[in-house]
Design a binder for this molecule. Structure first.
Ligand code: ADP
Length: 634
């Protein structure tokens, strides 16, 4: 193909991250170089989908050519390979934006995480997605010529780059709409200039593409390969999700995932079903094996595409999945929705609600199945997406119990950071007479694990869940019980171990509390406004004191979290609980002169032990030194 340039060539620099991405890609993906074709065909297919969708409202965009296809050709002499589509095409601005910058949120941050270690970085790139720039793995120069559907023929744009720091751009004439990408192959890539080789790559990676992928037929004649005028279709050219499950191979499912998920790695698991009944739709939903780098970005894309009777309607259809399942990728193809459905309509549509609820259940079912039958995979899933799934406990009232069953948490059972304990496991291990699920929240694993609040539980061998994700506070405030067992914080309210204590123990505790009434009153008077109450506890075995929140007050960890996030938190005063058997407490009984200092240190150390911050650390240090000196001179 030739184009007339209109002498308006401009050279521009790539965004810094693009340069980095190019370098990284060329080096780290070299051993997997064939994937460039998959990526470019995948983009061509998306461009065709977009055109078909826009043409629903404006048929003139078809320009009398509504047969969308992708053409692959090669030229042995010129050593080029070309991928052409008659899809939506790009305007000049779109070319500059799409092929000169990376328009993903969090890109800069992602690149700042690269270490320079090629092995590690190569791993990260999978999370980022490779896309168009992967052409440079095999090409020393890429030339893109494109025209947006509906624009005049002189509005073609040519983009050209050798993958260094710059690209050139100029306006050209282009009769047909769509995009053609010509790869000028690097030295040593000549094996790609073979019809047989290209066909085998297409069948391996792009068989599932819906549009026909066409190549010129070839035949052997006079001892050489001759190219004929006639086209042949290389792929199946049929929507994969609309095919029968038993006719689809694992590899086909995996390759399709890479296309819809814009991922470079295999998916972890998927579910494919045709739903009949009031709403008819097909769902093919995947769980990625790695979290995308931008999962925590507010505007990160939702990965489920909506089709209506095999016509692509939209990407990023956030209405199809709840927020806490934003990691799911795939396709929903509805038989009932109108083709002209818009985001606004989706928002209110009862049909979409039914589809969302069906898809949500399906994914939860898939996760339950993994948890039961493939622990290794489930552990991997949990490590990548557990924190997102936890959001569902507060977001999805209908499925709360199911989600709760999928939680994996750390606990005193193993005392490691591994999140492997399910609430069901916990219940199985409950002590005789135990009717509650105990947990502690803290802002670090060590603070949770070593918390004084756990002492009596450890002594009695009662398991406590150690919750240290920020989102855990949200989980427990929305999950009052699991299978009729209330979830109870060990740092809140009076300790009532119920049947886990015998009557004699209870009686003795009461007596001790009565004996120490004077002391608790005196400490309370000394601490004044800092505490709500001072009382004797038997939850401690080794520590002299701890702080607890009153039954209906916000717990201290959550209050600290809110404050550090700049939000308002109610300032409820804690209750100081003292250990009647501890030598420091016994000593306090006879202290007179320095009583206030002792009481203050007791309070401050309890606050420190639970991860709190002292209002006046210097005074605490002074008091501790003073008391230490006094002790040593006695
Ligand atoms: P991604 O496909 O993940 O968005 P790419 O780097 O592969 O990233 O492509 C960047 C953008 O360039 C695409 O999102 C699309 O808007 C545009 N683009 C790429 N190839 C084509 C094409 N063949 N036709 C139209 N637009 C394209």
């Amino acid at each position: 193909m030739s184009y007339t340039a209109t002498n308006n060539r401009e050279t521009m620099g790539f965004q810094a991250e693009v340069k980095q991405l190019l370098q990284l890609m060329i080096h780290s993906l070299y051993s997997n170089r064939e994937i460039f074709l998959r990526e470019l065909i995948s983009n061509a297919a998306d461009a065709s989908d977009k055109l078909r969708f826009e043409a629903l409202h404006n048929a003139s965009l078809f320009e009398n050519d509504s047969e969308l296809n992708i053409r692959i050709s090669y030229d042995k002499e010129a050593r080029t390979l070309s991928i052409a589509d008659n899809g939506i095409g790009m305007s000049r601005d779109e070319v500059i934006n799409n092929l000169g910058t990376i328009a993903k949120s969090g890109t800069r941050e992602f690149f700042s995480r690269l270490s320079g270690d090629q092995q590690k970085d190569a791993n990260l790139i999978g999370q980022f997605g490779v896309g168009f720039y992967s052409g440079f793995i095999v090409a020393e120069k890429m030339v893109v010529t494109t025209r947006r559907a509906g624009e005049k023929s002189d509005q073609g744009v040519r983009w050209e780059s050798d993958g260094g720091g710059e690209f050139a751009i100029e306006m050209v004439d282009k009769a047909t709409r769509g995009t053609e990408i010509v790869l000028h192959l690097r030295e040593g890539q000549d094996d790609l200039l073979s019809g047989q080789k290209i066909r085998s790559i297409i069948r391996k990676y792009s068989d599932h593409i819906v549009q026909p992928i066409l190549m010129k037929k070839e035949e052997w004649k006079d001892g050489a390969q001759q190219m004929l005028e006639e086209d042949e279709t290389i792929n199946q050219a049929f929507a994969l999700w609309a095919r029968a499950k038993n006719e689809i191979t694992e590899d086909e499912y995996k390759e399709f995932y890479k296309h819809v998920g814009h991922d470079y790695q295999d998916p972890l698991a998927w579910t494919h079903a045709r739903v009949e009944g009031k709403q008819e739709y097909t769902q093919l939903l995947y769980i990625p094996s790695r979290a995308p780098f931008d999962m925590w970005e507010r505007d990160a894309i939702h990965g489920v595409k909506l089709y209506v009777r095999r016509v692509f309607i939209m990407d990023d259809a956030e209405q199809l999945m709840p927020r806490y399942m934003r990691f799911v990728r795939g396709v929903v193809d509805s038989s009932d929705l109108p083709l002209n459905v818009s985001r606004e309509i989706l928002q209110e549509s009862k049909d979409i609600e039914a589809i969302r609820s069906g898809c949500t259940k399906k994914v939860l079912g898939l996760l339950e199945d993994l948890a039961k039958n493939d622990q290794e995979k489930y552990t991997k899933f949990w490590g990548e997406f557990g924190r997102v799934l936890k959001e569902g406990i507060g977001e999805d009232f209908t499925n709360k119990d199911k989600i709760a069953g999928l939680l994996r948490l750390a606990s005193t059972h193993t005392d490691t950071t591994d999140e492997t304990v399910s609430l069901d496991d916990y219940i199985v291990r409950m002590k005789e007479g135990q009717d509650k699920i105990y947990y502690i929240t803290a802002d670090s694993f060590n603070a949770a694990k070593n918390s004084p609040h756990l002492e009596v539980f450890r002594k009695k061998g009662i398991e406590v869940l150690l919750l240290t994700d920020r989102v855990d506070e949200w989980v427990v405030s929305n999950l009052a019980e699991f299978k009729d067992k209330p979830l109870v914080s060990v740092a809140k309210g009076g300790l009532n171990l119920g049947k886990l204590e015998d009557e004699a123990e209870k009686k003795e505790n009461e007596n001790v509390a009565n004996e120490l009434k004077d002391l608790t009153g005196k400490i309370s008077a000394s601490l004044g406004e800092r505490v709500k109450e001072v009382r004797v506890t038997h939850r401690l075995t080794d520590s002299p004191a701890c702080l607890v929140a009153d039954e209906h007050d916000m717990n201290a960890n959550l209050a600290r979290m809110l404050k550090s996030a700049g939000q308002k938190a109610p300032t409820s005063k804690p209750i100081l609980e003292i250990n009647p058997k501890h030598p420091v407490v016994l000593r306090l009984k006879i202290e007179e002169k320095r009583f206030d200092d002792w009481a203050s240190v007791l309070f401050d150390q309890a606050l420190l032990a639970e991860g709190g911050q002292l209002d006046d650390p210097a005074s605490f240090v002074k008091r501790v030194n003073l008391l230490m000196l006094e002790m040593s001179s006695n």
